[in-house]
Design a protein around this ligand. Structure first.
Ligand SMILES: Cc1cc2nc3c(=O)[nH]c(=O)nc-3n(C[C@H](O)[C@H](O)[C@H](O)COP(=O)(O)O)c2cc1C
Ligand SMILES: C=C(O[C@@H]1CC(C(=O)O)=C[C@@H](OP(=O)(O)O)[C@H]1O)C(=O)O
Length: 361
């Protein structure tokens, strides 16, 4: 299923066009609304004050509750733009945001209101597409879920350390999805909440790491080379603004290990090949091993902070000071969790469809 996201944060609407959607799939719109709500802005003091309903209008590709096989287009209206907040930023670009690079790339013609196409708001249509992908993957018994792994060094329980996850349970991640901060350990969530509130009081912001898993994926999905499972997932994850790093399985920790520690010992269990550990995060040679797929994405602290920062005056070509105005997330990690799940679900659906064909789901 190909997806193409359109719109700008302060334009009339944003949306997504999905192609190669198999016909005859019953879409559960309540589940889609739940996913959209997990990401939506303006719900509490841990997020931006911008309020959007984020209810998608399906324009094509669904009839009588079933996908028709035609391109599926969904639109989400922007209703709470406050474009005046951005009037200064063309002249005084925000350090860390895309104001300067957008000007360099589009020669001053980019829509800078609300960061235009660079806004984290564009993850709303991504989450819609991911919710459709998740429902299609569920038909093959594949589940995708994620949680906050850490915020500013405050750590949640790791999935690998959880006995419930080791026995294949999705219930941990399903429960996390219902929490304001999607964590496994609610105590850690409370400490994260306090840290975000403190950073906000100090005019600052925090970053963190999201851990994502896919279960029910058989061995043999994916391929080597540039279209490896890691590549497809990474490509989609980097469509989430603020993602700056990604690692699969043990990831960067592999660099400190010996082969004897890094390898996942194999054994036969009830006639099936299983790995006793999962350092490779369920992928070898770009192809699924049958073990849970596990990866982590690192998100930067939000760049639009309330403190005075050094920038440049693009008109006078001189150094300048900037205090970024407007409504901003003091931390984007919790709101990005459904976006990372969507990125992974779309990548897995792409790999499954590539192997078995569009109608395999
Ligand atoms: C859901 C979400 C909300 C975001 N909210 C903000 C925000 O309020 N203020 C901000 O400066 N950046 C925010 N970001 C991050 C910026 O959009 C991002 O840092 C910017 O586009 C530059 O892209 P890069 O960080 O990937 O280089 C948000 C990102 C996401 C995913
Ligand atoms: C609107 C959303 O988040 C926005 C993401 C964002 C950014 O720079 O990425 C900046 C802010 O935009 P605005 O100035 O228009 O309020 C956030 O509110 C959303 O995620 O739906």
């Amino acid at each position: 299923m190909k997806f193409s996201i359109f719109g700008e944060s302060h334009g009339p609407a944003i949306g997504v066009l999905l192609e190669d959607v198999p016909a005859g799939a019953a879409l559960n719109m309540e589940e889609i609304a739940f996913e959209m709500g997990r990401r939506a802005p303006g719900k509490n003091a841990l997020s931006t004050a911008r309020k959007e309903a984020d209810s998608p209008e399906v324009l094509s590709g669904v009839y009588n509750g079933f996908t028709t096989g035609a391109p599926l287009c969904a639109m989400i209206r922007n209703t709470d733009a406050r474009s005046g907040d951005y009037s200064l930023l063309k002249r005084f670009p925000r350090p860390g945001h895309a104001d300067y690079t957008a000007a360099a790339r589009y020669g001053g013609f980019a829509d800078m209101r609300g960061s235009g196409q660079f806004s984290g708001r564009l993850t709303a249509p991504l989450v819609f597409a991911g919710a459709v992908a998740k429902q299609l993957l569920a038909r093959r018994g594949i589940f995708v879920g994620a949680h906050i792994c850490s915020i500013n060094g405050i750590k949640d329980t790791c999935l690998e350390d959880s006995p419930l996850f080791r026995s294949g349970g999705e219930s941990l991640l399903r429960a996390a999805a219902h929490r304001e901060l999607p964590v496994l350990d609610e105590g850690a969530g409370e400490r994260m909440r306090e840290a975000i509130a403190e950073a906000k009081r100090n005019g600052d912001s925090l970053g963190g790491v999201i851990e994502c898993a896919a279960t029910g994926l058989e061995a043999g999905i994916g391929e080597p080379g540039a279209d490896s499972l890691e590549s497809l997932i990474s490509r989609n994850c980097f469509a989430v603004p603020g993602v700056k790093g990604i690692e699969f399985g043990a990831g960067f920790a592999f660099a400190e290990m010996r082969g004897s520690e890094a390898n996942d010992p194999m054994e036969m269990k009830e006639g099936r090949v299983v790995m006793r550990s999962n350092n490779n995060g369920g992928i070898s040679g770009g192809i699924s091993t049958g073990a849970p797929l596990l990866f982590r994405a690192a998100l930067r602290p939000t760049s639009s902070i309330a403190r005075e920062q050094d920038t440049v005056d693009m008109e006078r070509r001189a150094d300048a000071k900037l205090v970024v105005p407007g409504r901003h997330d003091p931390c984007i990690v919790h709101r990005a969790v459904p976006a990372i799940e969507a990125a992974a679900a779309l990548a897995l659906l792409e790999a499954v469809q590539k192997l078995y064909g569009i109608r395999c789901i």
